[in-house]
Design a protein around this ligand. Sequence first.
Ligand code: COA
Length: 144
Amino acid sequence: VFEIKRVRKTFKNLMILREMDDTCFPEDSYAPLGLRKYSWWFVYDENNKAVAYAVGCSKKDKSYFLARAGVLPEQRGQNIQQILINERVNMAKSLGLKNVITYTSINNPPSIKNLKKCGFVEWVDAPNYWKTENFISWILNIGN
Ligand SMILES: CC(C)(COP(=O)(O)OP(=O)(O)OC[C@H]1O[C@@H](n2cnc3c(N)ncnc32)[C@H](O)[C@@H]1OP(=O)(O)O)[C@@H](O)C(=O)NCCC(=O)NCCS
């Protein structure tokens, strides 16, 4: 019943993205998800309403960065984050990249569980600038 699409970076989609992001990260300060480097994905329900989103970008070192994801509260518990993770992993593979990286708060059990289910492991060799207190770094090698 859910459909994932990589969406165009129109003003209308930016407003939809911002609204979902405000709902999913009410405590966070503004995240500049509109930056040119980012790609956006939305997951739509059967009424064509966007109920989840993800943002990612490729980096100069041949890795792909999962920058952000959220599922609206009423649609959680249906593995939608895993769809969003796998879609971006496939994008990274199609770009011929080496790995996919991200981080989570230690207080985010659903994200940690979903990343592990998608094959991610703790990135113990993460560079120091990447390490932040109360966050865990994750990596998935995709060959190449
Ligand atoms: C993180 C988020 C995207 C996950 O949404 P989702 O895809 O619906 O994930 P689910 O709710 O299905 O949870 C995934 C798993 O974590 C489990 N889980 C949920 N809350 C949990 C908790 N407090 N403790 C332990 N496990 C928990 C679920 O049972 C599920 O496991 P299962 O598939 O084995 O049953 C969603 O909660 C969200 O948008 N949160 C706010 C924004 C956010 O944190 N984004 C990610 C930042 S990295």
